[in-house]
Design a protein around this ligand. Structure first.
Ligand SMILES: [Zn+2]
Length: 57
């Protein structure tokens, strides 16, 4: 999964949505298919990056 498709709450990827890359770019908000959390795509992606420490590597 792309970083932006990993849920900050449960850290599962949301590949169940089945979107290709261009379709995903149009998605602003999504509901995690695993835990049901409603997420803003960009805010969630930033949180995932911070949580995993990717920004410091
Ligand atoms: Zn989740």
């Amino acid at each position: 999964s792309y970083t932006s498709q990993i849920c900050i709450n449960c850290e599962k990827g949301n590949h169940r949505l089945g979107l290709d890359k261009s379709e995903w770019l149009d998605v602003r908000e999504w509901d995690c298919p695993n835990c049901g959390t409603h997420l803003d795509r960009d805010i969630n992606a930033a949180q995932v990056i911070l949580k995993k420490g990717l920004a410091t590597q």
